[in-house]
Design a binder for this molecule. Structure first.
Ligand SMILES: [Fe+2]
Length: 100
């Protein structure tokens, strides 16, 4: 494994995210994986918040659809979480092939 690939993978997250800002397709896929992980969890929090407001807002009829959407977001968050390692290792393999 190339040292520069390993080192960039060990950067603190903010530096890593910045280093991915101007990047090729492989790095963009990795960056999008990080963003998707964050965004799915953002959506989960938003749906939980909406569910908490259903009663007070007199919108109990929305509860079923909100719970369904929450479950979909939770499944997607689990999928992204389960695939971060795989995407990262594929990115490293891609970088190694490009360098060869
Ligand atoms: Fe989502």
């Amino acid at each position: 494994m190339r040292r520069d690939v390993l080192c960039s993978s060990c950067l603190p997250l903010d530096r890593l995210a910045r280093s991915l800002g101007t990047c090729d397709v492989g790095r963009r896929v990795l960056k999008n994986t990080f963003a998707n992980n964050a965004f799915e969890n953002f959506e989960i929090a938003a749906y939980k918040s909406l569910l908490a407001l259903c009663g007070a807002a007199g919108a109990s009829e929305a509860r079923g659809l909100l719970e369904q959407s929450l479950q979909e977001e939770e499944r997607m968050a689990e999928w992204v979480d389960a695939n971060v390692e795989k995407v990262t290792l594929q990115f490293v393999q891609h970088e190694e092939r490009q360098a060869a």
